[in-house]
Design a protein around this ligand. Structure first.
Ligand code: DHB
Ligand code: FE
Length: 280
């Protein structure tokens, strides 16, 4: 059966994509952020996953406010990147894995998560920026991908407990997939940030650090919060934390932390990243 070898999480701020294009890795503003990633890149080079299941939120590119699924899963042979308005240079398409996608879709629906299946899907910065951070050669495509989209944009958003359970259902699905391939789960977005309204610029370092602790070995502690608590504590866009919770739910074995980085601010966001290993 396919093996889930670990989970990675990272913020997905669009400005990172521009900084990568301009190779600003040694720039004073960017260095403490980019310096967090080589250990993750090295870990990936060591464990050599075949597939990445990417849990992220679409920002109006593929779904808009008129039609917005709570959970959607891609089942396309490839995923095309289009600029949704941040001026990022579009990257080459990402290969899909329709067989695994359909296996996950069938399994989670059997498990009573009635997701939307997407045989065509465009991917935005929340998918591409993390892929570029973890696999920095943007011309290469070393893994097949399965995009999983969570609504973190328009209320009502799914509650953290439901996201943890959804991740667990994805984990069960992957582990019942007849293949000897190795899979990593990537959760993107967060940590605390709010882009608009009277709390624009809001950041909550204490809450972020607590989340990074709990996500390793007590994700149930995060699942106890209501989604409104998360918005209050992490900011309106900090609700992207639920993508990390889905990722953690899919790690069904013994989880240990390999690496983390936390840096305030990148653009308006507390930028966090983690590498978690999952042992059967
Ligand atoms: C920013 C953060 C995000 O998560 C996003 O999707 C867009 C912008 C920011 O901090 O600029
Ligand atoms: Fe975002």
């Amino acid at each position: 059966m396919a093996k889930i070898i670990g989970g990675l999480s990272t913020s997905h701020i669009p400005a990172i994509g521009n900084a990568i294009s301009r190779e600003m890795f040694e720039d004073e503003y960017w260095k403490p952020f980019f310096d967090g990633y080589p250990p993750a890149q090295q870990w990936l080079a060591d464990v050599k996953p075949d597939i990445a299941v990417v849990i992220y939120n679409d920002h109006g590119l593929n779904f808009f406010l008129d039609k917005l699924p709570t959970f959607a899963i891609g089942a396309a042979p490839e995923y095309t990147n289009v600029d949704e308005g941040w001026g990022l240079e579009p990257l080459p398409p990402y290969p899909g894995d329709p067989d695994l996608s359909w296996h996950i879709i069938e399994s989670v629906i059997e498990d009573e998560f009635d997701i939307t299946s997407c045989q065509e899907m465009h991917v935005d910065h929340a998918f591409t920026v993390p892929m570029s951070l973890f696999w920095p050669d943007r011309a290469k495509r070393p893994v097949k991908t399965v995009p999983v989209v969570v609504n973190t944009v328009q209320h009502p958003l799914p509650k953290p407990a439901r996201c943890l359970a959804f991740g667990q259902a994805i984990g069960r699905a992957i582990e019942s997939y007849d293949s000897d391939e190795k899979v990593v789960i990537i959760g993107t977005g967060g940590l605390s940030h709010q882009l608009d309204g009277t709390r624009a610029g809001f950041i909550n370092k204490d809450f972020d650090e607590m989340c990074m602790e709990k996500i390793v070995d007590d994700p149930e502690a995060l699942a106890k919060y209501s989604i409104h608590d998360i918005v209050e504590l992490a900011g309106a866009q900090g609700a992207e934390l639920i993508n990390w919770i889905v990722m953690r739910g899919a790690l069904t074995g013994k989880v240990s932390e390999v690496h983390r980085n936390y840096h305030i601010p990148i653009s308006n966001t507390a930028a966090g990243m983690m590498v978690l290993e999952n042992r059967a």
